[in-house]
Design a protein around this ligand. Structure first.
Ligand SMILES: NC(=O)c1ccc[n+]([C@@H]2O[C@H](COP(=O)([O-])OP(=O)(O)OC[C@H]3O[C@@H](n4cnc5c(N)ncnc54)[C@H](OP(=O)(O)O)[C@@H]3O)[C@@H](O)[C@H]2O)c1
Length: 325
């Protein structure tokens, strides 16, 4: 019988429970989960921030990778290695903080070789979102010759993968972080410059001196507003997250006077083919990128405390969850 972290709408909110098989949702594919990971949205769900959880009780975990143990859907057979990210899993539907889960076949992507299921979750939703951001910037025409690319929230999951992937793609990356002690690590990931978050949090002018040709913003709020004000002519900004603030206190000036483009990035409901294409690009990345990532491996019982740490901005890199630990 699989163990799972279960969220309840009463105290204690997060409880480790053992589930009878018939308590798992009636969905087509049963997956033995090898790894999940802790994302900002998971941390919000576990700690009860925002309105992430739609129905209680709920097994959180917006992504996982594992091996199919049974399937009534022709697209999957036992022993297939699969990845699940998004689709409202871990928000509306039971998710990945469990030893096994039953899910819809439509939600699954084959785990592309040579990625192991562990490596797939080292990337996880964070790595997928970083890759989607890079694809979005490149599709909008951004290339390394255009100038440097800023990444905010650089020490976080999405941010650190964005630094790493952009550097691998040949871009000059300027990493913006609130953790000066992570500067050396960000440099090892490929950042050419490490900038202090404090320099971006004060309200600035609608248009300021220009620095960057591109940006990946995981923070939102004033940081995104200041990035927009400092983009070069025809700069491209991928808006990914709201770790700082969901508001965007900007003006139309960067858009109408400098032709700056603000590009939205969603990883939850992207269609299957784009999802698979992004995972294939991830699988083709050199192994060295994985060796530079900072990873802490935790079990289901550690999730709640790490979720609080993440909301308080005390985590960095990737938190990999081994549900069998
Ligand atoms: N669009 C999508 O589909 C999608 C997918 C995944 C994630 N997201 C969003 O992207 C954001 C990052 O997710 P994640 O999983 O990478 O989270 P994470 O690992 O916690 O990283 C967030 C980073 O943002 C910075 N930060 C934290 N609190 C902050 C604050 N109050 N003000 C300014 N900066 C702050 C920190 O980096 P530094 O200390 O280095 O500054 C932190 O490491 C979240 O808002 C998440 O919801 C969106």
């Amino acid at each position: 019988m699989p163990r799972a972290l279960m969220l309840h709408d009463e105290s204690p909110r997060a409880r480790l429970e053992t589930l009878d098989e018939d308590r798992l949702p009636e969905r087509a594919v049963r997956v033995a989960i090898d790894y999940s990971d802790l994302n900002y949205k998971d941390a919000m769900a576990v700690t009860g921030q925002g309105k992430i959880v739609r129905d209680y009780p709920l097994v959180p975990g917006i992504d996982f990778a594992g091996t199919v143990t049974a399937s009534t859907d022709a697209r999957f057979d036992a022993d297939d290695r699969v990845i699940l990210t998004g689709w409202g899993v871990g928000e509306r539907y039971w998710g990945g903080f469990a030893e096994a889960m039953r899910v819809d076949a439509d939600w699954l992507v084959p785990c592309p070789r040579p990625l192991s299921t562990r490596e797939a979750m080292l990337f996880g939703t964070a790595g997928l979102t970083a890759m989607l951001s890079v694809m979005r910037l490149q599709e909008a025409g951004l290339s390394p010759g255009d100038g440097p690319v800023a990444v905010s929230g650089a020490s976080g999951g999405v941010g650190s993968w964005a630094v790493s992937i952009l550097a691998h793609e040949g871009f000059e990356v300027h990493a913006i972080t609130g953790k000066p002690d992570q500067g050396d690590w960000l440099t090892r990931l490929g950042a050419a410059q490490v900038l202090a978050r404090d320099d971006f949090t004060e309200r600035g002018r609608p248009l300021a001196s220009t620095h960057w040709a591109g940006a990946v913003d995981t923070v939102g709020g004033q940081v995104l507003a200041n990035l927009l004000a400092q983009m070069r002519y025809a700069g491209k900004v991928a808006a990914v997250g709201l770790a700082g603030d969901a508001a965007l206190p900007t003006t139309v000036m960067p858009f109408i006077l400098r032709g700056v483009a603000l590009l939205g990035v969603d990883s939850v409901y992207i269609p299957f083919e784009r999802r698979r294409a992004a995972w294939q690009r991830i699988a083709a990345l050199p192994n060295a990128l994985l060796t530079h990532m900072q990873v802490e491996e935790i079990g289901l019982e550690d999730v709640e405390s790490q979720a609080h740490a993440m909301i308080e901005g005390r985590t960095h890199g990737r938190l990999l969850i081994d549900p069998h630990r």
